[in-house]
Ligand binder design. Structure first.
Ligand code: 13P
Length: 293
């Protein structure tokens, strides 16, 4: 069932669970993640970032993601992650994505507000939700840059939310994309300050490598969407490599199964930590992407 991300996050905000937002790059990842979501009866988000479109072109892969969501037994939102250009954001919306992120983390606050408002204006025409970032999550989506972490200023977050109409806000609290060089410890002081002054579902990027106990503290304190990318890619690659090492791969379809298994196992692990098992039952009215917008 295709859902609007706003519906999923607002429902999660009524409890202490969070929705896993899994980056995908191929059919096997989509199948493995949906299998985990269906087995655990969990709502879930499938996402792809603009920097990944060179490997998985949006015109081809986007419709696959939307079709997988529509065919799923559980609520699935389809999200365009780290949108950098209005052109690609519009393409994702045209293809039926139910939410988009505009990433203005590299801009000044004024510029970020201005571009985010353009994104909101566009997304509203499609009944889609908008996520934006304030401060700067470290690293980069595809590992091509090692951008420094710039923790969110709670005062900037307040101004940003007053001057834009976003549905979810990404904050930087010591987290970074990609594998961490050392175990990260998140700034819960900043999280709490933002949570107490901004009444929006908050989003944690850079989920790979965060300690389970810190994930739990996050979901209990306003983080309602958690992005996982590198852990999925690593799990898929490791699953294929192990299958080769154990001589389990005799042909292409054994590789296909090993990749699905890698994505499935990683999603199962995170679904448990995010406590979203059985939460699909909370949405038994069915999906309607325009319902809340
Ligand atoms: P990781 O690659 O660190 O899991 O980050 C995912 C992410 O935040 C995607 O936007």
């Amino acid at each position: 069932m295709l859902f609007n991300m706003k519906q999923l996050l607002n429902k999660a905000a009524e409890g202490s669970w969070a929705v896993g937002s899994f980056s995908v790059a191929n059919l096997e990842m989509v199948l493995g993640i949906i299998k985990a979501a269906e087995e655990t009866n969990s709502p879930i988000i499938l996402q792809i970032a603009e920097v990944r479109l060179k490997q998985s072109p949006l015109e081809i892969f986007g419709p696959l993601m939307v079709a997988a969501a529509k065919n799923s037994k559980v609520p699935v939102a389809v999200h365009f992650d780290h949108g950098k250009t209005l052109e690609k954001i519009k393409l994702a919306l045209d293809l039926g994505f139910t939410s988009v992120m505009y990433d203005g983390s590299h801009l000044t606050l004024d510029e970020n507000i201005c571009m985010t408002n353009k994104t909101v204006e566009l997304a509203k025409q499609y009944g889609a939700a908008v996520e934006a970032e304030i401060g700067c999550v470290g690293g980069s989506e595809d590992g091509s840059e090692d951008i420094a972490i710039n923790c969110t200023s709670p005062a900037d977050a307040v101004r940003f939310c007053k001057e834009t109409d976003v549905d979810a806000l990404v904050i930087a609290i010591g987290n970074a994309h990609g594998n961490y060089k050392e175990t990260p410890h998140l700034r819960f002081d900043i999280l709490n300050e933002v949570k107490n002054s901004v009444h929006l579902p908050l989003v944690l990027h850079g989920g790979t490598g965060i300690l389970p106990e810190e994930f739990i503290k996050c979901r209990e304190n306003g983080i309602k969407k958690i992005n996982i990318a590198t852990a999925t890619f690593d799990s898929v690659e490791a699953s294929a490599r192990n299958a080769y090492n154990n001589s389990q791969i005799k042909g292409y379809y054994d590789l296909h199964s090993a990749e699905i298994e890698g994505a499935y196992l990683n999603a199962m692990k995170h679904i448990e930590i995010f406590d979203c098992s059985d939460k699909a039952e909370l949405f038994n009215n069915g999906g309607n992407k325009n319902e809340l917008l």
